[in-house]
Design a protein. Structure first.
Length: 122
């Protein structure tokens, strides 16, 4: 079982991490461990982060590119990969979540406090 507090992560009762969850890589690890808890341990997953509040190009993830929302291209590319078994979109935006689900992605509802420009994915 995975248990997450603000700074400690346990898996099957063993301490895995004891750090501040302010780094998106750490958050991704936590999300991955939560997916393992759901029985996906032998599955390769793709997690596509898609924040709703883009400042450079507003609403970029739902803008059309070649007739499809931008997020759809990422989802379809991941689905077509022979290395990926399941595709997840992590988002704070209901419209992005809806479009992503239409294209077959599973949704990870990201909390609003983790959906700001301070949480980078690199």
């Amino acid at each position: 079982m995975v248990q997450v507090s603000s700074d400690i992560l346990f898996f099957d009762g063993k301490l895995l991490l004891s750090i501040e969850l302010k780094d998106s890589k750490i958050i991704s690890v936590c999300l991955l461990l939560l997916l393992i808890k759901k029985g996906l341990a032998m599955t390769t997953i793709a997690i596509i982060p898609a924040r709703g509040g883009s400042k450079g190009v507003p609403r970029k993830n739902i803008r059309l590119l070649a007739g499809k929302p931008l997020i759809a291209h990422s989802i379809e590319d991941a689905q077509e990969s022979t290395s990926v078994d399941q595709v997840y979109v992590s988002t704070d935006d209901t419209e992005i979540a809806s479009i992503s689900a239409e294209y077959g992605a599973k949704i990870i509802q990201r909390p609003a406090d983790l959906a700001n420009p301070a949480f980078l994915t690199n």
